[in-house]
Design a protein around this ligand. Sequence first.
Ligand code: VGL
Ligand code: ZN
Length: 199
Amino acid sequence: MTQALIVVDVQNDFCPGGALAVPGGDEVVGPINKMMEGFETVILTQDWHPEGHSSFASSHPDMSPLETLEMSYGTQVLWPDHCVQGSRGAAFHPALDVSGDLIIRKGFRPAIDSYSAFFENDQQTPTGLEGYLRSRGISELTFVGLATDFCVAFSALDAARLGFQARVELAACRGIDLGGSLAKSLTDMQAAGVQVHQG
Ligand code: VGL
Ligand code: ZN
């Protein structure tokens, strides 16, 4: 067994009606539940921010959602408050099968965001997922979920950088598309050797 399905951030706040709704975000739930049947190992990620997180526009005077701010670790998009620990918005979509092996939470450090399932946005602080996968002998990863151009893409790019075989199944992903970020993420993933599979 060397494969895993990694289900990225299929949470209420990224679905229609949520605080940071991704268009069609809830449409991935059915396809993902079905794909899980084909994998012995399923890992879910959960965006999990404390109140007042530094990625929230509301934490910075005079800043609005979707503006960017220079942080010590690079440029950060500021988001509406979302996926606050323990809130309904942070919960998984109610129809998502959450019987997977591991739930990895990310974005819980107040001063730094974490799009990727592997590293926080400084691209250095590890989440521990790499060690988990390596110690279980898993080397081939399929990524699905939300959002294609942020947490899915950052996760798949880090996976490729770490030497995992990485694949993204677009039929089970939806994007935010902020200033062309969706097209850019697909180009970046392809250039990095991620297999981007068009549904
Ligand atoms: C995400 C923006 C902020 C994502 C998480 O899951 O793609 N995007 N936090
Ligand atoms: Zn977030």
